[in-house]
Design a protein around this ligand. Structure first.
Ligand SMILES: NC(=O)C1=CN([C@@H]2O[C@H](COP(=O)(O)OP(=O)(O)OC[C@H]3O[C@@H](n4cnc5c(N)ncnc54)[C@H](O)[C@@H]3O)[C@@H](O)[C@H]2O)C=CC1
Ligand SMILES: O=C([O-])CC(=O)C(=O)O
Length: 344
């Protein structure tokens, strides 16, 4: 039975996005409950759709402060494995969370043109704190996938909330930086003229401006691009969120590409929980690979969440410089989150 599950999942993971088309036979795949908090939002709705299409999910809980009955009714008609339930308002949050294996958090306000992600701190920090307080109470063993910005601060806030509640497990808390990887792959493939489906690019650091550090020197397939192209690709990856915010002209930030990225990362978490070997994704996690307590890098996912935080690998001179520059900014965003969680 085990090997049939691995074969099934491996077959399905031949292409990174193929969970959409992966077939399954119930009884061979473990039961897994996924909760999406902020499920009626710009990211939440397409993410709910993509998680409904994922055959590794058996229960899908859609929570928001408003609008979830409609989203849940709509998504629930899709003829895939998971049972869908909508939960609305704080009094239903506990029910939404109970029994969850993975909790994905895209709750909170998005940027408008001219704002930085840090400008979202005042509103989103409080939202994340109250949601994580509930997670500590109702599903302390769940893997938490934090999407809400500023990720560089919201992940440390979550860690502090869990520490206070006595439930913190550093292996189970993830800042979702997959969209940076998705962008780096797309932009690199375009410049290097290689098939995008074959591209791999690690992205390390954090998830805001210069703290996003794509390691194009480790990109595959190799293309030997000149430094000026690498610098332009790095800048475009760092400014990818702003590119979308400006194009949406006041109507929010990336939602569709983020839902895709969030669904990929949650799928990787579920595969890890199910014992699929060698699942590796970049994520912003508790880390000792730099002097900072949290850092995004390649992470091996396993049955308990993080199995191993992988090192940075060899860096080019451009990347070494980028790393040096990002440390102070990332440090101050992490400290801001920790301070907020312990003050309020
Ligand atoms: N990590 C990443 O790469 C990315 C992160 N984001 C971030 O994701 C967040 C959400 O973005 P969008 O979906 O575009 O915003 P949105 O405004 O469309 O949706 C947010 C949803 O959160 C809900 N919400 C607010 N307070 C809540 C609470 N206490 N409990 C549950 N739900 C609550 C709202 O009702 C709304 O439905 C933003 O902070 C944005 O900056 C966006 C793109 C990429
Ligand atoms: O830029 C934003 O505000 C949303 C985000 O994090 C991204 O698209 O990477």
């Amino acid at each position: 039975m085990r090997s049939s599950m691995y074969n099934l999942i491996r077959k399905g993971s031949a292409s990174r996005s193929s969970f959409l088309f992966r077939s399954y036979s119930s009884g061979t795949v473990p039961e897994r409950k996924v909760a999406v908090l902020g499920a009626a939002g710009g990211i939440g709705q397409p993410l709910a759709l993509l998680m409904k299409l994922n055959p590794l999910v058996s229960k899908l809980a859609l929570y928001d402060i408003a609008g979830t009955p409609g989203v849940a009714a709509d998504v629930s008609h899709i003829n895939t494995r998971s049972e869908v339930a909508g939960y609305m308002g704080e009094e239903q949050l506990g029910q939404a969370l109970e029994g969850s294996d993975v909790v994905i958090i895209p709750a909170g306000v998005p940027r408008k043109p001219g704002m930085t992600r840090d400008d979202l701190f005042n509103i989103n920090a409080g939202i994340v704190k109250s949601l994580c307080t509930a997670i500590a109470k109702y599903c302390p063993n769940a893997l938490v996938n934090m999407i809400s910005n500023p990720v560089n601060s919201t992940v440390p806030i979550a860690a502090e909330v869990f520490k206070k509640a006595g439930t913190y497990d550093e292996k189970k808390l993830f800042g979702v930086t997959t969209l940076d990887v998705v962008r780096a792959k797309t932009f690199y493939a375009g410049k290097a003229k290689v098939p995008v489906g074959e591209v791999n690019v690690p992205v390390v650091g954090g998830h805001a401006g210069i703290t996003i550090l794509p390691l194009f020197s480790q990109a595959t397939p190799k293309a030997n691009l000149p430094d000026e192209d690498i610098k332009a690709l790095t800048k475009r990856t760092q400014d990818g969120g702003t590119e979308v915010v400006e194009a949406k002209a006041g109507k929010g930030s990336a939602t569709l590409s983020m839902a895709y990225a969030g669904a990929l990362f949650a799928d990787a978490c579920l595969k890890g929980l199910n014992g699929v070997p060698d699942v590796v994704e970049c994520s912003f996690v508790q880390s000792s690979i730099t002097e900072l307590p949290f850092f995004a890098s390649k992470v091996k996912l396993g049955k308990n969440g993080v199995e191993e935080v992988l090192g940075l690998g060899p860096l080019s001179d451009i990347e070494k410089e980028g790393l040096e520059h990002l440390i102070p900014e990332l440090k101050s965003s992490i400290e801001k989150g920790i301070k907020f969680a312990n003050q309020s």
